[in-house]
Design a protein around this ligand. Structure first.
Ligand code: AOF
Ligand code: ZN
Length: 406
């Protein structure tokens, strides 16, 4: 389905793409569910699910379990008992055409004599980028693209953003009272959220490659900021923005496993050496600002960053427009007080027209708390436009116009 709810039909190098059928969406929902089972373990790869269906019956299912493991399509073919000749393959991402850690999925699809493939989005990886679907179209398969394209995009934000925009996904996260305070007027913040809300926050940590905080939060909370649920393999990267190098080597941050990066503007050598002796990597930059920090992190292979506060750091990311998503744990308490801290500090906007706008606002419960999640306005639309327009794209802009899609 396209954003306006219509199936898409495009001309490709490999021929004209087919039309979606009414049953396609339901099978794609299942493929997306399968894809999400790889959560926490596939980074830097995408989450992908696949389903082999014949005469309305599911013959086999598969998903990409972890980086280096078989791709979703290969997992589905491995699980197949018998022939898939004439069947439809549903897959949440275009099958790959390249030799990576595993062989190309298009070869498996062709060998299995699949006759129709329904795919949610193209793979923007430059090694693939339309070539997988072109190859299948050229071989005579009926190729349908775009079914479930929005949820498939939302599912793979770190992969798509890092691939298309060469930067990490940024999630801003905080816990607050119902009246929007992140601490009492005396600075007490442990704990505003319930044990269930805190467990949700720890799981969110395992979804991101790096956790980032300001020096004030690192010092006051003295948190380890590590992964501790065992959902993701290995430790995360911990990042502290510490303009004046206030962090002390005694901080609990240094007790946990994994890299600690400290961004600073300070040239205080004794303090820098003291932190380096505790294992930190101190990165001196001219100005500790979100664009600079994100660029450095991306260069080190970080594709997703969870910004955990405090308010000054969150404000810096909001003001610079360097965020994609917010995730807020809202506890049913009233803290009150003009002096109590708010999640986005700084001056704030003076006029409502200047306020950053988000969309896709969703809520779910975690024990007594409500978790709110939203995406920066136009994030999904922008990503989909680029995926659709990519060079060598199956969906060329001309064909998209002809089919009435945006
Ligand atoms: C698929 N099905 O399930 C996935 C795909 O080096 P590798 O083998 O791990 O390949 C990683 C790339 O393959 C990744 O960047 C993306 O382009 C594609 N992922 N493709 O056909 C899958 N996970
Ligand atoms: Zn593949």
């Amino acid at each position: 389905m396209s954003a306006n709810g219509e199936s898409r039909s495009h001309r490709s190098g490999g021929g004209v793409l087919g039309q979606a059928l009414p049953a396609d969406e339901g099978f794609m929902v299942r493929a997306l569910e399968l894809a999400s089972r790889g959560r926490y373990r596939v980074a830097p790869n995408p989450l992908v699910g696949a389903l082999i269906v014949k005469d309305g019956e599911v013959l086999a299912e598969g998903f990409h379990r972890q980086v280096g493991a078989p791709h979703a399509e290969a997992a589905a073919f491995d699980a197949l008992d018998g022939s898939a000749e004439g069947a439809t393959l549903y897959v949440t991402l275009e099958p790959c055409s390249h030799h990576g850690r595993t062989p190309p999925c298009v070869e498996r699809v062709l060998d299995a004599r699949i006759s129709r493939i329904v795919c949610a989005i193209r793979d923007p990886n430059p090694d693939v980028s339309g070539r997988g679907l072109d190859r299948l179209g050229e071989a005579g398969l009926d190729v349908v693209l775009g079914v479930g394209r929005e949820p498939a995009t939302e599912l793979n934000l770190p992969f798509l953003i890092s691939c298309l925009e060469q930067r990490p996904l940024v999630t801003l996260k905080w816990a607050m009272s119902l009246d929007g305070k992140i601490a009492t007027r005396t600075g007490e913040s442990q704990w505003i959220s319930s044990p269930e809300g805190r467990a949700w926050a720890l799981a969110l940590r395992e979804e991101h490659d790096a956790i980032l905080v300001g020096s004030e939060t690192a010092i006051v909370d003295d948190a380890r900021l590590d992964r501790r649920l065992g959902l993701a393999p290995g430790p995360n990267v911990r990042v502290v923005l510490d303009r004046r190098l206030r962090l002390s080597p005694g901080q609990r941050l240094f007790e946990a496993e994994g890299d600690v990066l400290v961004f600073t503007e300070s040239d205080d050598t004794p303090r820098r050496v003291a932190l380096e002796q505790r294992g930190a990597e101190v990165i001196v930059v001219e100005s500790v600002d979100p664009p600079v920090v994100l660029e450095r992190l991306f260069q080190r292979g970080v594709n997703s960053v969870l910004v955990e506060g405090g308010g000054t750091v969150i404000d810096a990311f909001v003001r610079s427009g360097r965020f994609d998503r917010v995730a807020i744990c809202c506890a049913p308490k009233l803290i009150g007080g003009r002096e109590a801290l708010t999640p986005v500090a700084g001056l704030g906007v003076g006029s409502l027209v200047a306020a950053p706008v988000l969309e896709s606002l969703k809520a779910h419960s975690e024990g007594p708390d409500i978790v709110l999640e939203a995406l920066r306005k136009d994030l999904l639309r922008g990503l989909l436009e680029v995926v659709d327009r990519r060079e060598g794209a199956v969906a060329s802009p001309v064909a998209a116009e002809q089919s009435g899609a945006e």
